[in-house]
Design a protein around this ligand. Structure first.
Ligand code: NAD
Length: 508
């Protein structure tokens, strides 16, 4: 099968490339060493963006600007109400520019436009939520330490934060970090993925228009080795928040260690949906299709494993096939599309190789989406691998493509073992009409999130993050802003203080 990519949309996407520059100290600038990058649209195969890429020199300039903005600038010193007003204005401008931002994420990442529009609206909602938290952030006081002592615990902004994001949700993931850091009073140096930087540059424009002081947010463009690595090691940075692959997450911790920076990391997942025989099968099948193929499976939360109670497989797969057949794969700019393009030709080859090795290991290919060609860009359809055994790589490794592995279990204990049988621990789903079954498995799951009779819903109010090798720390939720703070204990003493010399000596 060959997809005919819509020529009108292709022409629109090709009406570029647009050039993007870095934001340093309130000005949009080229890199000091004149490096350039470019992006070919995964959905259309045409160059859509060119970027001014930075190097260590630009990292030093951006960190110095953020440092100045933190140490002597107005941002950390504003009243919470004033900071909140800037974040709320930013949210309004995001809403106003929603279609433009969504389109940039679509042409650079290959995700479907209908989904991207939802992500940008969701991002604006998170900015508003962070604006509210700004005003409720507070410390503690202790009046129970004796009449002559008052203990006060301040929550102060941690300082300059480095925020590094991946390509799969360019505008949404920065919304899970930056507004919370700003709400706390921090200043920031941000680096989006070198493949999907456009919408983050637009965010820089939005923040300047919203009234953010110069240097409070700086946006660097460029590769991980040239820019990201230097950000994570930089002595002028107080905290790093990173979302991306396990390999780079580990490198981030190592780079941050010599200066003992605080590190928050969000990594991958091999998330399972466990379906019991008494589940609402129709709803579970729908969630399995959604979980596996949303964002073409290029999603840390993807439900890339379905674990079915013994005896369910035939019925489940039959219903699954009907639904999966109706999933529209195609041009990301077409509003009917549900599965868009794969991020790069190289990544597509890696997904194909993972499917081939699962077959070679003895698993059964129930649906094969590798046959999809396209007149432009790179695509892959829904792929289902049945008869997967827990020891196979396809049951344990993150594939990051539209590939679902189907396993089976006999008892609830075995289901929990399979669910927890990977190094990851990001999220899980449980499907059953029995409350005991749901509760027991939800409690047994070693994951940061468990969805019960639903999958991949998200709210700014609810913390998100991973257990085990899926990450450290949590984003979103009411504590998200606290993550960007440091506490300071102040002890106030009143009246005469008993001198050290006056304390009777004790002899053991
Ligand atoms: P990646 O790790 O290759 O890159 C992520 C970011 O890190 C990019 O901006 C990249 O330029 C930068 N980077 C690369 N090398 C670096 C280095 N040495 N030092 C500092 N920065 C460096 O990841 P990716 O391919 O962009 O994204 C896919 C991965 O992200 C998947 O594993 C996915 O599961 C994970 N992810 C996790 C979450 C989550 O919230 N848990 C969300 C989305 C994606």
């Amino acid at each position: 099968m060959t997809l005919a990519i819509n020529p009108a949309a292709l022409a629109e996407a090709a009406a570029g490339p647009t050039r993007y520059r870095m934001l340093i100290d309130g000005a949009f600038v080229d890199g000091a060493e004149g490096r350039e990058g470019s992006r070919v649209s995964p959905g259309h195969g045409v160059e859509v963006s060119r970027y001014a890429f930075g190097t260590r020199v630009d990292v030093d300039r951006a960190v110095a600007a953020a440092r100045r903005a933190f140490d002597t600038g107005p941002w950390p010193r504003l009243k919470a109400a004033e900071r909140s007003a800037v974040l709320l204005r930013a949210a309004d401008i995001i809403d106003r520019r929603r279609e433009e931002i969504a389109r940039l994420d679509v042409i650079e990442s290959g995700k479907p436009i209908s989904q991207a529009l939802g992500e940008i609206a969701g991002a604006a909602d998170i900015w508003r939520y962070a604006a509210a938290l700004c005003r409720t952030l507070h410390g503690e006081s202790y009046a129970n330490l004796g009449d002559d002592m008052l203990g006060v615990v301040l929550r102060e902004p941690i300082g300059v934060v480095a925020l590094i994001t991946p390509w799969n949700f360019p505008f949404l993931i920065i919304a899970q970090k930056l507004p919370f850091a700003l709400a706390a009073g921090c200043t920031a140096v941000v680096k989006p993925s070198e493949m999907t930087s456009a919408s983050t540059v637009v965010l820089g424009e939005i923040l300047m228009e919203a009234g953010l002081p110069n240097g409070a947010v700086n946006i660097l463009l460029g590769t991980g080795p040239d820019v990201g690595a230097h950000m994570t090691a930089h002595p002028g940075v107080d905290m790093v928040s990173f979302t991306g692959s396990t390999r780079v997450g580990q490198a981030t911790m190592q780079a941050a260690a010599p200066t003992l920076k605080k590190v928050a990391i969000e990594l991958g997942g091999k998330n399972a949906q466990v379906v019991f025989r008494d589940a609402d099968l129709e709803a579970a099948v729908d969630a399995a299709v959604f979980g596996a193929f949303f964002n073409a499976g290029e999603c840390c939360n993807a439900g890339s494993r379905v674990i079915l109670q013994e005896g369910l497989e035939a019925e489940f797969l039959a219903a699954f096939e009907v639904r999966a057949r109706n999933v529209v794969v195609g041009d990301p700019l077409d509003p009917r599309t549900k599965v868009g393009a794969i991020i790069t030709p190289d990544h597509l080859r890696q997904i194909h190789a993972a499917v081939a090795s699962a077959e070679a290991a003895g698993a059964r290919l129930f649906a094969d989406g590798r046959g999809i060609g396209a007149s432009a860009g790179q695509y892959m359809g829904p792929t289902v691998i049945a008869g997967v055994k827990p020891e196979m790589p396809v049951a344990r490794d993150e594939i990051f493509g539209p590939v679902l592995s189907v396993l089976s279990f006999r008892t609830a204990e075995e289901a929990a073992q399979l669910l927890n049988g990977t190094d990851y621990g990001l999220s899980a789903g449980v499907w059953s009409r029995d409350i005991d079954t749901c509760m027991n498995l939800a409690r047994a799951a070693r994951t940061g999130t468990v969805w019960v009779n639903t999958f991949m819903d998200g709210y700014p109010e609810l913390p998100f993050g991973g257990a085990k090798q899926s990450g450290l720390g949590r984003e979103l939720g009411k504590a998200a802003v606290e993550d960007y703070t440091e506490t300071k204990t102040i002890q106030f003493h009143a009246g005469p203080r008993t001198g050290w010399w006056a304390t009777p000596a004790t002899v053991d």
